[in-house]
Design a protein around this ligand. Sequence first.
Ligand SMILES: [Fe+2]
Length: 256
Amino acid sequence: MLVAQISDTHLITPGGPGRFGDEKLIALEKCIEAINNLDTLPDVVIHTGDLSDNGSSEELQLAKKHLDKLVVPYYVTPGNKDCADKLIEVFTDQLNDVVTGGPITYLVDSLPIKLASLDTTTSLDNRGLLDFKKIAAIDRVLSVHQDDPVIIFSHHPPFNLSSETSPHYEFVSKNSIKLFDELVDRHSQIVALFCGHFHRSIRKNMGLFDANIAPPVCNLIDYSSTKTGPNHIGNFQLHNFGKGYEFTTEVKMISH
Ligand SMILES: [Fe+2]
């Protein structure tokens, strides 16, 4: 199974507040063209959050207008910049099982490897939060097909982001990390974890599976990107799953 991952588009409506509005929109347009023109189309595209920069309905509608041009199915999970309830309103097609006010945690079971969106956001902080309500929601989703392989996709990476002695977490408290670790212990069918938020590319082994943080679509907000030429404006990733559900990742350049 082939999964394309895009992340952190941070779209702004024309004239709206924020940086690089035109560049970020062009990068998304070209990214979608590039995905649609791949020799082998992915089975699905996932957006790992921060679709918008200010969380307005207009920004989310702009994101949807462009994502709808994808010729394959796509799914979204909320980022800290997205207003969760507005995301539910705008992306009704993808999120029809999700109720307003509840976490945007849902299962896609139409693919050989299932997909589970894990909502890590809180309206009170830009960092992530996993509490018992959120964990109960993802536990429910993962318990439906306990024996089938599943990819979890979320915005905030629920693991240590530092290789140095003092760990770094993008969560309100370390309890969220503990709750996620316990979730992983309960569900051995998880084969991958795809996240965004960190604006750079990272891969980390989580024990039985690997986690991947995708860079933002637009180079200008990518802290790890090296521009390889004047036409290189961003990146997306293609994850190719093998027979044992391990995956390899190919970084695809987005060009003018
Ligand atoms: Fe974020």
